[in-house]
Unconditional design. Structure first.
Lengths: 305, 294
């Protein structure tokens, strides 16, 4: 009973409602209208389940501690405490954590895209012996869990004196991001005809030049898509960040958020929720503008992986 | 013919850096980690040889057995949940919402891009019983059921994890499977309908077999991800209560960094890798047999 209840809240609206609806659909109009109503209810419940937690989180981020602890969880904030955001940003160090995340993610992302696009070109457009084997070697990297590389990397970074910097994150993200990027870029290059580069090089351009001036603009869209996919993977990563940021000042947003409660002494719920919101709404903004690309990119990464 | 495209120097310049970084960050550490499994100690204190000691410990350690069991249970339930929920959603999109599904698809997909840590903390508060009665318990109270301490018992914590992961990712599998369903030619569906197939029978005999390939790749992708799940579990339960929700990934992390035993940690990482490879291999083989059958 106790176990059944949460399952129902999460799964049943989609499961329970659809079965009668699906058998009703191809029948005559009178039944169809009933079917339509079912569909509407199912969709409304579905959206409520997906969206309400986020709305609840946002409203809670504007409550004072007293408001949070002593009023119903459904209530609106009695007073809208926008200062929670300022507090999360400064006292909660979210500003610093976001800065760290950006400093680790952006260089890694640039490296991944540059190296990955070049490698994809070399593996798909160029013709040489052993290229399918090389692609397979890259593929193998997608299967192996990160746990398998953490400990040796930790040793190397420690002995190289990189432990107090963000370099371990940049390097590890670049290495772990490459397999999927190389694979996706090689796939995208399949749509570019080889003859194009042969023609260009006959005109005197070197193949390296042709790669940069002809092929890169042609796969511009693909680079943006892969970049988005990798951005979300790296930005949301916890395992690697947790392993290599032993210094409190180096924490990324995810590690910082995980340890957020500790920094205030007593738990401040408003700022905690504000910190979660800041983290969430960053991705929301990107998603708002680029959702079709994000959806396409993430799912195509899955089919190929 | 491919003289310019076979330029070895150009290949080296284009591929070299990526291959070098990949080798140094992934391939070399993999082999190195394998070597660690035969040692004891850590980076700070140094390593000493331990022969097959770690492997002996691996096979007798009850915590490994529990973590392995939890990993398997979690992977199977979440994978089935994700793919089934995603498939039902995809059917909804294709057969009921049709052209109007774009907005719903986009909205339901959104939690996929949310940081796992944020989602974990959100669900922790959403299901909490104290200091504030969270929405889920408030809802239970409203229909006359007492609050449940979701994170106090292994069974409850497990189900919150499952619910969270399905909530987070069903939109992803819905879009993935949607792409497969849209590819089914309209004529095939139409002729099946003319033959009297409708509703569930249409789904079972026409739609399901025709979307089998994309269903399979969803399954493989999902099981690969759930076997490696770490972030969501750390953020929601951190393996608790006790170590009731500790998968291999987390047990490896704790062994290495909380207890400073890199040797044994590497051995657990190796076990995890072997499990991932074996499962992928088995899914591939089973699916190929099924494909030839029918």
């Amino acid at each position: 009973m106790a176990i059944d209840t949460p399952l129902k809240t999460a799964g049943a609206p989609s499961g329970g409602g659809r079965v009668p609806a699906s058998s009703a659909a191809p029948r005559p109009p009178r039944h169809r209208r009933i079917g339509r109503l079912w569909v509407k209810i199912v969709v409304a419940l579905l959206l409520a389940i997906e969206i309400y937690p986020l709305i609840w989180m946002f409203l809670t981020s504007l409550k004072s501690n007293n408001d949070y602890l002593n009023h119903s969880t459904w209530s609106l904030p009695t007073h809208w405490e926008w200062s929670n955001y300022g507090e999360a940003w400064t006292t909660g160090n979210i500003g610093l954590y976001i800065q760290n995340s950006l400093l680790a993610v952006l260089p890694a992302l640039a490296l991944i895209l540059l190296l990955g696009t070049a490698a994809g070109f070399a593996l798909q457009i160029m013709v040489w012996k052993g290229r399918s084997l090389t692609l397979l070697i890259f593929l193998a990297g997608m299967m192996v869990p990160s746990q398998m590389i953490l400990l040796p990397l930790f040793t190397v970074y420690f002995q190289a004196g990189l432990s107090g910097t963000l370099w371990p994150l940049i390097l590890t993200y670049t290495g772990t991001g490459l397999p999927l990027t190389v694979f996706m870029m090689a796939t995208y290059y399949k749509t570019v005809p080889r003859e194009l580069f042969e023609a260009a090089t006959i005109d005197g351009a070197s193949i390296l030049r042709a790669f940069w001036t002809i092929s890169v603009p042609m796969v511009r869209n693909a680079i943006l898509t892969v970049g988005l996919v990798q951005f979300f993977f790296i930005w949301n990563d916890l395992l690697i960040a947790l392993t290599f940021t032993n210094n409190q000042d180096l924490r990324t947003i995810q590690v910082g958020l995980l340890n957020f409660t500790g920094d205030f002494g007593a738990t401040q719920y408003g700022p905690l929720f504000a910190a979660i919101c800041i983290n969430v709404f960053g991705t929301l903004v990107i998603y708002l503008f680029l959702n079709q690309k994000v959806m396409k990119g993430l799912t195509s990464g899955a089919v190929k992986g | 013919m491919h003289r310019v495209l076979g330029d070895r120097k150009a290949v080296l310049i284009l591929l070299g850096p990526a291959l070098l970084v990949y080798s140094l960050i992934m391939l070399v550490p993999m082999v190195w980690s394998l070597g660690y499994s035969f040692t004891k100690g850590n980076t700070i204190q140094g390593f000493t040889g331990n022969g097959l000691g770690n492997f002996h410990r691996l096979f007798t350690d009850p915590a490994v057995r529990e973590a392995l069991w939890f990993t398997a249970k979690y992977a199977v339930v979440v994978t089935l949940g994700q793919v089934v929920a995603g498939y039902l959603l995809a059917l909804l999109y294709v057969f009921f919402l049709k052209k109007a599904s774009a907005l719903v698809r986009t909205l339901v997909f959104f939690p996929v891009v949310l940081p796992t840590v944020a989602v974990g903390l959100l669900f922790q508060k959403f299901f909490q019983v104290a200091p504030q009665t969270g929405p889920v318990n408030s809802l239970l109270n409203a229909v006359g059921i007492g609050s449940i301490d979701w994170f106090g018992s292994a069974g409850h914590a497990f189900w919150v994890l499952i619910i969270m992961d399905i909530w987070r990712s069903m939109g992803f599998y819905a879009v993935l499977l949607f792409a497969g369903l849209v590819d089914i030619p309209e004529e095939v569906l139409e002729s099946a309908r003319l033959d009297g197939a409708s509703g569930l029978r249409l789904v079972r005999h026409i739609v399901l077999p025709m979307s089998f390939p994309v269903l399979l790749s969803s399954l493989i992708f999902s099981i690969n991800g759930t076997l490696k799940a770490f972030d969501s579990i750390v953020a929601l339960t951190n393996g608790g209560p006790g170590n009731a929700t500790t998968p291999l990934t987390l047990y490896m992390f704790q062994t290495s960094f909380t207890y400073g035993d890199y040797g044994y940690g590497s051995t657990i990482a190796l076990l995890l890798t072997v499990v991932c490879l074996l499962v992928t291999l088995v899914v591939f083989r089973v699916s190929r047999r099924d494909l030839t059958k029918g």
